[in-house]
Design a protein around this ligand. Structure first.
Ligand SMILES: [Zn+2]
Ligand SMILES: [Zn+2]
Length: 279
């Protein structure tokens, strides 16, 4: 199976620029925001851009794109106003995905802010079921570092939303988040155990994307800060096992690594390719 590796790239100047941005760093799949993730905003994509994105993707890339939703979306919220805005935003993202030929829309569950774990998961499932999801798009709920009342830090939360929704949804595992949430990934044995736990609770058949990031903080700290591949607390041994685990070899790997120390996505893509053993 071929390695699917890419990064979260910019759509500045037009969504079709993401294809060039991806090939320039050596990626063959990847992720985008359809607009600034820090504000409520609508994806504003005209048909020429959408067509250029679709044809460029078909021509130059191998793996899938993922749309990452706005950071303001909170599926777990007990507040009616925020729920409405989150639902509206989700609807626009899945509609943008189908126009762009993107199969996945990735979302954080958000924080329950007092509703409790079960209440928060009920809320998240209810919002997802109110989204009119096109047939060719799947919502992915992302694992979280689990700070405060944010859900998604425990695999049980991800399984809990899957159980509660009538919509078919899948999961994105962020290695930095899972590690910060307390799932060790820093050695081959630890990776095997964490994936076995994921398989038991969620099921590996639901794993459609991995956000491949190392972590600047130790396991179980609940602190979410990404590091270059192999340079954080996960380290080369853990990363090498994730990249080569027999159950993960065909899962798209999307980097959200920092751009600092003179290293950007191209350096991290190269590092992943070096750590990959071809059969
Ligand atoms: Zn994310
Ligand atoms: Zn993160």
């Amino acid at each position: 199976m071929s390695l699917k590796i890419g990064a979260h790239v910019s759509v500045a100047g037009g969504v079709d620029n993401a294809v060039t941005n991806q090939t320039e760093i050596g990626g063959n799949c990847g992720q985008i925001f359809t607009h600034s993730p820090q504000v409520w905003q609508n994806p504003n994509i005209d048909e020429d851009e959408a067509e250029a994105f679709r044809s460029g993707t078909k021509r130059d890339l191998e793996g899938p794109w993922v749309i990452h939703t706005s950071y303001l979306v909170n599926l777990c919220t007990p507040k009616a106003g925020l729920r409405e805005k989150s639902l509206d935003s989700m609807q626009r993202e899945v509609d943008a995905a189908t126009r762009l030929g993107i199969p996945y829309v990735n979302v954080h569950l958000g924080a329950h802010t007092g509703a409790g774990v079960d209440g928060g998961l009920d809320n998240a499932a209810s919002v997802i079921d109110d989204v009119d999801v096109p047939d060719d798009v799947t919502i992915l709920v992302e694992s979280d570092a689990g700070a405060g009342t944010k859900l998604g830090g425990e695999f049980e939360h991800l399984a809990g939303v899957i159980d509660r929704t009538e919509t078919e949804i899948d999961v994105c595992l962020d290695t930095a988040h899972a590690f910060a949430a307390g799932y060790d990934l820093s050695s081959p044995d630890a990776v095997n155990e964490t994936l076995a736990a994921f398989d038991d609770v969620v099921g590996l058949d639901h794993l459609k994307c991995i956000h491949l990031n190392d972590s600047k903080h130790a396991c179980g700290t609940h602190k979410d800060e990404h590091a270059h591949i192999g340079e954080g607390h996960v380290g080369d041994a853990g990363m090498e096992r994730v990249i080569n685990h027999p159950d993960l070899r065909d899962v798209p790997l999307v980097l959200e690594t920092p751009t600092e120390d003179g290293r950007g996505f191209a350096w991290n893509v190269d590092r992943v390719r070096e750590l990959r053993h071809e059969e």
